[in-house]
Design a protein around this ligand. Sequence first.
Ligand SMILES: Cc1ncc(COP(=O)(O)O)c(C=O)c1O
Length: 392
Amino acid sequence: MPFDLAARLAARRADNLYRQRPLLESPQGPEVVVDGQPLLAFCNNDYLGLANHPQVIEAWRAGALRWGVGGGASHLVIGHSSPHHALEEALADLTGRPRALLFTTGYMANLGAVTALVGQGDTVLEDRLNHASLLDAGLLSGARFNRYLHNDAQSLASRLEKATGNTLVVTDGVFSMDGDIADLPALAREAKAKGAWLMVDDAHGFGPLGAHGGGIVEHFGLSQDDVPVLVGTLGKAFGTAGAFVAGSEELIESLIQFARPYIYTTSQPPALACATLKSLELLRSEHWRREHLQVLIRQFRQGAEQIGLQLMDSFTPIQPILIGDAGRAMRLSQMLRERGLMVTAIRPPTVPAGSARLRVTLTAAHSEAQVQLLLNALAECFALLGPEPSHA
Ligand SMILES: Cc1ncc(COP(=O)(O)O)c(C=O)c1O
């Protein structure tokens, strides 16, 4: 039967993969109200605690009074306003690149950059665990699309041997569901040796990583020559919304000419750019946010190891606990919720089959006492649930 949506939905439920949207009834932060219940949350990406910062809110308010609330048109028509331009210049300065280009979302920035740079006859090589927006971009580009083993420069090298045309190597900076970081020096070496370009989506690295919040590229001290295409998103550590691509003059001009998700969409509200300018200032100057985050990350990892939880190889604010079975991950998430804590269960297809997990994220807005509450609740829930039944 065509369009048998009921059957598809029923199958999704039966597999423990059905998604539901929790209703947030408070601003973003550690203490939230969800579906009427006050909860201590460890699942947003507001890593520096800026999404509800009074100065950022005030910048947005003042921006709305000065510039109105709507972008009004696409950037190429009459939607590119002074706050957008100022934000692009500030982002170019943050990344040490000649220019940066604002996009409305990270999904669109990835789609725009990849499809503008490669097409039929070209090659795009991606890490197996890249974010969905990067994988979709590769598939949509029309270029030959191939995935290499996770964070494996050797696996990339063997695929580069067979690449044809312009070749783009694409990776997450910080892997969004695992929290580990890409081995950028090795990937950049392989790409450069074959005349390929490396594109890094550092959605989760800007803010927490780098001495001044400049992300994974600053962390490794890499240049534009190593990473010609650098993407950042503004809805995570920046606390606002939108995204950018940073790079050479020619790269940015090419995106303005050829990136369809840039050209054919209304610009983001200028007042939002005003807010992001303020959050960028805080991100660069308030080092205590990064330092506090590192204290919490160490505290969480030590505590979780004592309980015997299976953590991943991550020193970033993304600290997933590997569970395996999707139903078990859902059950644990529910048990935490009954104890006043919110940690989302991440299941396939977002992560590979059999690798469901509780994705714990820490932010600079959390306190050490709150992290201890989480550890106590995790210890209790895992003890109550008992070991995973063997499938042998
Ligand atoms: C690695 C990565 N890239 C891109 C995006 C998409 O960014 P946006 O939410 O701005 O569309 C996300 C998640 O949202 C992400 O985790």
